[in-house]
Design a protein around this ligand. Structure first.
Ligand code: F6P
Length: 343
């Protein structure tokens, strides 16, 4: 019973549409729930901007990338209109009894604040970075890893043909999960992640030893990686809507440094948003669908202030207070294990 508003906030992510579909189908079939879609994330919530969302609208969307609702990095409290009273008034006008927020850490932190301000809200964790501590995996990560792995494979053929060192920069703001998985799958000779600074001498030693064996070095670096003399991750593109520096460009910094120190011609490729786009993998569609079904059940139980999470093979419920602000880093042991065979 009831009518609920679904929103997608933060960066888009493969599998968002599967969550939306899973929620609507479960809600209509099992719980007699109705839905509307808030347009462009929290912007839609603050301005009361919605689209109809029922079984006919979500038909066949699991295989589509992006989000049919649109998204933004718009914080609900950043504009003068973003007050709990205003949001509640729009909800009342639209007949919305509660909000389902699908997003990453910034979105969940905002959802927690809305909940503390008396707005019934639940969450679904999303990010290709896979860096939310409360869940074993986020949907979108699997697709991003497949895309990044394909990029490693493709760059290797150019590296081999030209006898070059190839540097691939992937996303990963706080945690290097995409770099670790794609680098390992693609047999990279060095993987550089935010959790573990490495110095240039060490990186060049790995690169040189690969060349000495007659191979072409492949380096995978996460956007949040820092060299020891850097205070913070490289950013030259200003701030995003959640007031975080927009990262990117560390690959372009590393490539000339490696070339200068080793004498090996080196090229950088920034994979960027290609990692977030296109058709979601089967795994992400399944996880997204399961999350969507579980969040509909959660709303039916009026279990507000919580987020669905994957723990092992099961979907569980986690309070926002436990879920927000805890980054899931690549464990040092896991990195050390990978590092042992670099070079
Ligand atoms: O938060 C996920 C993420 O993919 C980060 O890895 C990256 O820093 C960010 O999104 C880029 O976001 P935008 O599309 O706003 O530039």
């Amino acid at each position: 019973m009831g009518r609920f508003g679904i929103l997608t906030s933060g960066g888009d992510c493969p599998g968002l549409n599967a969550v939306i579909r899973g929620t609507v189908l479960q809600g209509e079939t099992l719980h007699d729930q109705e839905f509307v879609g808030y347009l462009r994330g929290y912007r839609g919530l603050v301005y009361g901007d919605v689209m109809p969302l029922d079984r006919s609208v979500v038909r066949g969307i699991s295989s589509q990338g992006g989000t049919i609702l649109g998204t933004s990095r718009f914080g609900p409290y950043t504009e003068p209109d973003g007050t709990p009273d205003n949001i509640k008034a729009h909800m009342k006008r639209l007949g919305v009894d509660g909000v389902i927020a699908i997003g990453g850490d910034g979105t969940m932190a905002a959802a927690n604040r809305l909940y503390e301000d008396g707005i019934p809200v639940v969450g679904v964790p999303k990010t290709i970075d896979n860096d939310l501590e409360a869940t074993d995996y986020t949907f979108g990560f699997n697709t991003a890893v497949e895309i990044a792995t394909e990029a490693v494979d493709r760059l290797r053929t150019t590296g081999n043909s030209h006898k070059r060192c190839m540097v691939l920069e992937v996303m990963g703001r706080h945690a290097g999960w995409i770099a670790m998985y794609a680098g390992t799958a693609g047999g990279a000779h060095a993987i550089l992640i935010p959790e573990q600074p490495e110095n240039l001498d060490q990186i060049c030693e790995w690169v040189q030893s690969v060349r000495l064996r007659g191979r072409s070095p492949m380096v995978v670096v996460a956007e949040g990686f820092t060299l020891p003399d850097m205070d913070e991750a490289h950013s030259h593109k200003g701030m995003d809507g959640f007031n975080r520096p927009r990262l990117g460009g560390i690959g372009e910094i590393l490539a000339p440094l490696i070339e200068e120190k080793t004498g090996i011609e080196t090229r950088a490729t920034v994979l960027g948003h290609i990692q977030r786009g296109g058709v979601p993998s089967a795994w992400d569609r399944v996880l997204g669908t399961r999350f969507g079904q579980a969040v509909s059940d959660m709303v039916a139980d009026q279990a507000w202030g919580q987020m669905v999470a994957l723990r092992g093979m099961d979907i569980e419920r986690v309070p926002f207070s436990e879920a927000v602000g805890h980054t899931k880093n690549v464990p040092l042991d896991q990195y050390r294990g990978a590092r042992a065979i670099f070079g």
